[in-house]
Design a protein around this ligand. Structure first.
Ligand code: TXA
Ligand code: MG
Length: 367
């Protein structure tokens, strides 16, 4: 199939292109569209055959449920059986925005969407193009991130095409997305509510509204995962990656990263370093002054500023894709503090690293 690409203004989307995308969706097609988090790959949530096309295009396991996107509060009632008071409060506080609520599913929602679960994830994205598109479609839009299964989520239309050109019907290209990591997924079918995936709405923000929120970790081998997505490998760059983290200063962290990177280089590997704006000069200096020229020059990519973690979130997936394109065969990544959006960043980094983590302790501190 040929994938049609429509460039569209993110703030004032052309009505003609929105109409075209809505028409493709209503006819059972698949449409990639921007949200404030990442690009989604949408299909009509009422049309099981269309929804199955998403799974085929992505190579996604069919038991991993999709999030249903709505453009209006009243759209929620069409897909869920009941809206508890906590959900009302969260919708008022964070919608439109990067928060997915897991609620009891309405019987009309096809199994293809929920992976056979009795619950459904629903969210209202905060992007003018997404809202206009869903509104014009006139149906709820089931959409996962618009990447091949296991690849980093797409934050630009170019990433969508890298993975899915020729496999989907249409892409609405509105430029880079803002948040950069996916929505927070919160299970409201239990007490206290459980954070299934940290994301654009922070745990601190959820607790300020709800009080208690439990944190669901990646499922252990014995346990049935609460969020089916948690059991799959995710965001994996092609080169093996290790995350260096711990309660130390940025410069101590960078030194530990440098030691690991040097070891990788000695083993004959071409090394990439995922750095922040604050630490990047340190690596450049080490590479230029401490070693004979040409012996070791890692590819240092700046993901964002650690003093403004939102910039790290925004740059994360594009940086992982740049490492892929560069041909490095090992990546050493700096961790960031798990505060605010940092929790979502570390969740994605650790997953991308297949949980290869090197902990750094402060001098004299606990191990
Ligand atoms: O920001 C986002 O959430 C993006 C944009 C496109 O909206 N979407 C996204 O979808 O990241 P996806 O499919 O890549 O990730 C959805 C996650 C998966 O881990 C899935 O298992 C989980 O949400 N999920 C969806 N429905 C669920 C349900 N009923 N119960 C538990 N987990 C659910
Ligand atoms: Mg995804």
């Amino acid at each position: 199939m040929k994938t049609e690409v429509l460039p569209i203004d993110p703030l004032t989307p052309a009505a003609e292109f929105i109409r075209r995308a809505a028409e493709v969706l209503r006819r059972g097609g698949t449409v990639a569209f921007p949200t404030e988090t990442v690009y989604g790959l949408g299909a009509n949530a009422w049309d099981a055959a269309a929804v199955r096309r998403i799974f085929i295009a992505k190579g996604r396991p069919s038991d991993n449920p999709l999030i249903v996107h709505v453009a209006h509060r009243r759209g929620v009632e069409e897909v869920v059986r009941a809206v508890p008071p906590e959900a009302e409060e969260l919708m008022r506080s964070f919608w439109p925005g990067p928060l997915t609520l897991v609620l009891p599913r309405h019987p009309a929602v096809p199994d293809a969407v929920t992976g056979g679960l009795e619950t459904v994830g629903v969210r209202m994205p905060a992007h003018p193009v997404a809202l206009a598109f869903i509104e014009a479609a006139g149906v709820p839009v089931a959409a996962p991130s618009a990447n091949r299964s296991g690849r980093p989520s797409p934050t630009e239309a170019g990433h969508v095409l890298e993975d899915l050109d020729g496999r989907i019907d249409l892409v609405l290209d509105a430029g880079p997305t803002g948040v950069g990591v996916e929505s927070t997924v919160l299970d409201l079918t239990c007490r206290p509510p459980v954070l299934l995936r940290p994301g654009g709405v922070t745990l601190e923000e959820l607790r300020s509204v709800l009080g208690e929120v439990a944190v669901g970790g990646p499922a252990g081998a014995a346990e049935q995962p609460r969020s089916p997505g948690m059991k799959y490998a995710h965001y994996a760059p092609r080169a093996p990656m290790v995350v260096v983290e711990g309660p130390v200063s940025p410069s101590a962290l960078a030194q530990a990263v440098w030691v690991l990177a040097t070891e990788e280089a000695k083993a004959g590997r071409r090394v990439g370093i995922l750095a922040t704006a604050e630490t990047a000069p340190f690596y450049q200096q080490m590479a230029s002054t401490r070693l004979p020229a040409g012996t070791f020059s890692p590819l240092v990519l700046v993901v964002g500023e650690r003093s403004r973690l939102a910039t790290v979130a925004a740059g994360l997936f594009a940086t992982l894709r740049r490492f892929d394109a560069s041909g490095v065969d090992a990546i050493v990544a700096e961790g960031v503090p798990e505060e605010g959006i940092g929790l979502a960043i570390m969740n994605r980094l650790r997953k991308a690293a297949g949980y290869r983590i090197r902990r750094v302790s402060p001098p004299g501190g606990p191990g």
